[in-house]
Design a protein around this ligand. Sequence first.
Ligand SMILES: Cc1cc2nc3c(=O)[nH]c(=O)nc-3n(C[C@H](O)[C@H](O)[C@H](O)COP(=O)(O)OP(=O)(O)OC[C@H]3O[C@@H](n4cnc5c(N)ncnc54)[C@H](O)[C@@H]3O)c2cc1C
Length: 183
Amino acid sequence: MPTSVLVLGAGFGGLELSTRLAEELGDQVEVTLVDRSDAFVFGFSKLDVMFGTETVDAVRLRYADITTPHLRFRQETVTSIDPETRRVETDLDAYEADVLVVALGADYDLAATPGLVEAGNEFYSVAGAEAVRDILPTFRSGTVIVACAARRSSARRRRARPPCCWTTTCANEVFATTSGSGS
Ligand SMILES: Cc1cc2nc3c(=O)[nH]c(=O)nc-3n(C[C@H](O)[C@H](O)[C@H](O)COP(=O)(O)OP(=O)(O)OC[C@H]3O[C@@H](n4cnc5c(N)ncnc54)[C@H](O)[C@@H]3O)c2cc1C
C-alpha cells in the first residue's frame, strides 16, 4: 500500500514538497495537494505585474499542469484540521491521510500597520500588485514611502526586536511590502 500524504497549501513549501515526493518516491506515495487557488504565482513575478511588464495570466502557473499518477491536485478551501486524527475538511470534501503536512503560509495583517489600509498599497498579493500597477502611471510627483512592515505576534519577540523600517514622514503614496503576522 502506498503511503498517503495530504499536503495543505500549494505555495513554495507545499508545492516543492509534493512534486519532490511524487517524483522521487513514485509508487510508494499517493500525494494529494490542496489549495484554494488554481495557480501558483512566484513572489518576484508580482513585481513584473506591478510594473506592467507581464500580465497576471502570463505569470500564473496552473496547478492542473503538475498532476501526475502519484500527485493529484484539489482546488478547495481548507476549513478545519484535526492534527491528531489527521482529518481535514474542506469546503467540498473531507480527507484522512497517513501523513499530513500543513503549509498554508501566513495571512497578511495590513491593519496592524497604522495607515496602510487607508492610504497604502502592497505588492505581496496579486490583487495588490495589480492595484499598484494601475496607480503608478498616474503618479506624477510627491513623496513616496517604501516600507517593510512586519509585525511579530508574541510579546517576548516584540520586545526583542521591534517592527522594522516604518517611517512617519507624510507622503502622497505609501507602497509597503508586508509580511504576515503569523510567526
Ligand atoms: C513579492 C514577493 C517577493 C518575495 N521574495 C522572496 C525572496 O526573494 N526570497 C524568499 O525567501 N522569500 C521571498 N518571498 C516570500 C515567500 O514568497 C514566502 O516566504 C513563501 O511564499 C512562504 O511559503 P509557504 O509555503 O509557507 O506559504 P505560501 O507560499 O504563502 O503558500 C501558502 C498556500 O496556502 C494556500 N492557502 C492558505 N490558506 C488556505 C486555505 N484555508 N485553504 C486552501 N489553501 C490555502 C494559499 O493559497 C497558498 O498557495 C517573497 C514574497 C513576495 C510576495
